[in-house]
Write a protein that binds this ligand. Sequence first.
Ligand code: AMP
Length: 228
Amino acid sequence: MINLVLLGPPGAGKGTQAKRLEQKYGLVQLSTGDMLRAAVASGSALGQQAKKVMEAGQLMPDDIIVGMIAERIDQPDTRNGIILDGFPRTTAQAKALDHMLAERGLGLDLVIEIRVDDSALVERISGRFACAKCGAGYHDFNQRPKVEGQCDRCGVTEFVRRKDDNPATVRARLRAYHDQTAPILPYYADKGILRTVDGMADIETVASQIETLIKEVTSPLTGGLPSL
Ligand code: AMP
C-alpha cells in the first residue's frame, strides 16, 4: 500500500502520470478536478458554484474540497493506496489531509513535485484534449491518437476539451498555483517526504523517475524514504 500526492502546476502531467500509476500499481487516482467536473456535468448546486470558480481559474473553498476527498477515501477501492491529483492545493487542505489520514490509521508515503517551467505550460494546456468516454489524455502536437480521431484505449471517436484550458484562464490558474499551492512544498519538505521530478522531460522519462521514487518507498530494505 502506498499513498502519494502528485503536486505541480496545471499542465505538469499529474493526470497523465496518475493514470499510468493506477494501471501499474492498482492504486486509485483521486482527482478533485475530475470530481468537480462531474458535479458541473450533473448540474447540482455544487456544480453550479464549481463552474463559476473553475472558469475564473480560482480555487474552490477548502471545506468543500476536503469533504469530497474524505467521502471518496472511505470507498473500498482505495485499499491498495491512493494517488492524489490536484489535492491538496492549499496548506489548509494539506493539514486537513494529514488529519483525515491519521484518523483512519493511514499516512502519506510520498509527495512528488512535477516541476515544469511556466513558459511551457500555456502551450501544453492549450493543445490538450481527452477521450469523452475513458478520459485518456491527448495533445494536438505532442500526443495524438495512434489512429486519427479514435481513442487508443477504448476506441471511442468523441473527444472533449476543458473549458478552463484557454490562455486567460490558464494564466489565472498558474497564479493560483504559485500563490496558494506552491507554499505547500516546504510543509512536505519538512516532513522529509517531498521529492521532485523534472516535468520538462517526456512522459516516459517522467514515469520512470516516478517509479524509481516509488520503489525507494516500497523497498523492504529502506522501508520508507530516508529523511533529507
Ligand atoms: P484540475 O483539474 O486539477 O486542474 O482542477 C480544475 C479546477 O478545479 C481548478 O482550477 C480549481 O478551480 C478547481 N479545483 C480542483 N481541485 C481543487 C482543490 N484541491 N482546491 C480548490 N479548487 C480545486
